[in-house]
Structures are given as C-alpha cells and as structure tokens.
Design a protein around this ligand. Structure first.
Ligand SMILES: *Cc1c(COP(=O)(O)O)cnc(C)c1O
Length: 366
C-alpha cells in the first residue's frame, strides 16, 4: 500500500467529461478504445480501466505485462497489446490479451503457438505501416498474410489498424490523408480476399480531432482522455485529469547571504522564508524547473521553486505566503500548470504526464 504523502489525484469526472467530448465527435456506432499504457499516462492504468470499463469498448497497453496487470485487477474487456514481443506470447494467451502482430517474425511465432496448443479463432490484430515507419507490415505483405490466415482457424483477425505520424499537424495534412487512403486500400484487399471483415482503426486523439471522417470502426484515445487535445481550442474543451498534491514538510527562515539547496544555487538577498516539499526529480519534476523557473500553489498563492530540484524534494519561496508546516501544496492541477511545466522542461505534455513516478500515490476521485 503506497501511503506516500505526495498524491496524484485522478479526476474521474474529468475523465468522463473528456470521454463524452470525444464520443460526441463520433458516429454512435464507432467503438472507443481507451489507451491506458504507461500507467495510464503517468497515473494509474488499473484504476482508470476499472473506472471506465463499462463506458469503453476496448483497452490498449504497450507491453504484455501492462495487460497482465489489468487482467489481475479484474478487467474483463478486450485488451490490445500494441507492442508484444515473441518471449511474451504465451503470457498473452494465458491472460487472454490480444496481440498486435506487426511483422512475420511475431506473426509466425504466434501462429506456431496457436497451432500447437491449439487455439480456436484466437483474436489477433494486424498492424500496417502507412508512413510512421515504426511498427507494421508493408502493403506488399498482404497476399502472404492472407494466404497464411486462410490456412488456419486457430487465429482470427479482430482488427486491422495503422497509426498516423502527424495527425496533430495540419501542415502535414496531405501526408496524413495519404496514410488514411493507403490504410483504406489495405483494408479493401483484406475484405476482398479474407472471407470476413475485421474492424478497422487508425485515429488517435488528434486524429479524431482533425480527421474524424477516418474513424472507421474504432478510435484509440489516449492523451485526450487525460485532458489534452494537441491543440489550444480542443484542450480548452477538455478537463485536466492529473492533479498532483503534496504538503509542506518544513519551513526555514533564511538570513540574507545564506543559501538554499545543492550547489548553494539560491542565495537569499533579503530575509527569506522557504518551504520544503516532498517531491523531486525522481518523481518526474525536471531539474529545469529549478531556480525560479517552476512554481507551485500554496494557499492559493504562487510559490517559485528556489535553488535546484533535488531527487526527493523541492524548496519554494513562501516569504510572502501565510502558511505553515503541513499545509497543502498544489504541484499542478490545471492544463495551464502542466503546460508551464512541460514548456519549461522543454518537452511535450505526453512526457510530462508519463514522467510522474510510480513512487507517487495515485488515487481516483469522483
Ligand atoms: C499511444 C498510442 C495511441 C494513443 O495516442 P494519443 O495521441 O495519446 O491519443 C494510439 N495508438 C497507438 C498505436 C499508440 O501507440
């Protein structure tokens, strides 16, 4: 049981709001897959999956052990494993996870296992590379894949999918449309020659925002569920789900000329009151936030981080804030604060969220 005093509260009502926001952009029949990989983007994939289980059609994780954790927590919905590896295939079957088969190495390995057990119509997903050049078969592999599929009833294609490379970037619109068209062509080949029609999906969050016509049978929503739309107007319609709170561990009164923290990076020019907070770079707060670049809120007032961010702590300037040891500290609780952290850390919101360490206690509230 994690009883760490620094707690990430996951806002369940915000999750529901964001899910409803994307659903109203979709046809009623379009399925929704909630992406809960990487601990639900730095929060808690299990708590989120339990909370959303009866409101979405599918879950996805990146690696098989992430899917195992969901199954062990009692999640019954289908779980797509986006990036399985050959040593994990038996585990995938044991936990009835659904593998993405993205090349012949993993396709053949899975089919061999399916034949040997034998499995019957085991649900698998096939991914095509349409331009991201990361994972996926080439369209030239289609005849070979189809002939292998027609020889077996041990596996059954649940879906065909692909992933967009620049769905958030309208300057790359032509490239994205070309990816969508290539995917539609691939799907057509399967529909023509396979004898049944697997589900199709290509859109992630910003795909839904910018190319909702290409929703096919399902969409895969990750960052949007957590309150970010890769676009100012969209993000304004969403609600932040990740709220990081802590407390003041200790207050120091510092005389002019004295310093705070490692490398004596902060030097007091006048009498200064500092507060020590139990959260540091090991918890996901970049050192780039040190030396007054980052801030927190204490009793509704902004307190800047002074000196360097330590592994387990930060010190903030509370000279002008009425506060005491034990008072609540907001590390972030809004899109604006998270954008500031992300920009100051010179990264993107995906990395800022997923950097939140497993050491922090996670709690869904609604
Ligand atoms: C992570 C991931 C997603 C989710 O993307 P968002 O931009 O967070 O919505 C969808 N599909 C695949 C293949 C992914 O790896």
């Amino acid at each position: 049981m994690n009883n760490h005093v620094t707690v990430l509260e996951i806002d369940g009502n915000a999750l529901l709001h964001n899910l409803a926001y994307f659903k109203q952009k979709l046809e009623p029949k379009t399925k929704v897959l909630a992406v809960v990989k990487a601990f639900g983007y730095g929060s808690d994939g299990i708590q989120i999956a339990q909370f959303l289980e009866d409101k979405v059609d599918y879950f996805a994780v990146a690696y098989s052990h992430e899917g195992v954790a969901l199954r062990e927590a009692g999640i019954k919905k289908p779980i797509l494993v986006l990036h399985p590896q050959t040593p994990n295939l038996q585990q995938i079957i044991n936990y009835r996870l659904e593998p993405n088969l993205y090349n012949f190495k993993i396709f053949n390995a899975f089919l061999e296992l399916a034949d040997e057990i034998p499995l019957m119509n085991y649900p698998i997903h096939i991914k095509f590379n349409t331009g991201l050049n990361r994972l996926g078969f080439w369209h030239t592999d289609i005849p070979n894949i189809i002939s292998r599929l027609k020889e077996t009833n041990h596996i059954k294609v649940q879906s065909l999918f692909s992933h967009l490379a620049a769905s958030e970037d309208l300057e790359e619109k032509d490239f994205t449309i070309n990816q969508i068209n290539n995917f539609a062509y691939i799907a057509q080949q399967f529909y023509k020659h396979l004898g049944y029609e697997p589900m199709l999906h290509i859109l992630n969050t910003s795909g839904v925002v910018n190319f909702s016509k290409a929703q096919f049978d399902m969409v895969r929503i990750g960052i949007g569920l957590y309150g970010f739309g890769n676009d100012k107007e969209e993000t304004a319609q969403l609600k932040n789900t990740h709220n990081l709170k802590s407390i003041i561990s200790q207050i120091h009164l510092i005389d002019p000329g004295e310093t705070v923290g490692y490398n004596r990076a902060f030097i007091a020019k006048s009498p200064t009151k500092s507060a020590t907070i139990p959260v540091g770079h090991a918890d996901g707060l970049s050192r780039k936030l040190g030396n007054k670049k980052g801030y927190v809120f204490i009793n509704n007032k902004k307190a800047k981080i002074i000196g360097n961010v330590c592994m387990d702590m930060i010190m903030v300037d509370v000279t002008k804030i009425d506060c005491k040891e034990g008072d609540e500290v907001i590390i972030f609780n809004s899109q604006e604060m998270l954008h500031h952290i992300s920009n100051t850390s010179e990264t993107i919101i995906y990395e800022t969220l997923t950097s939140i360490s497993p050491r922090i206690q996670k709690k869904i509230v609604s």
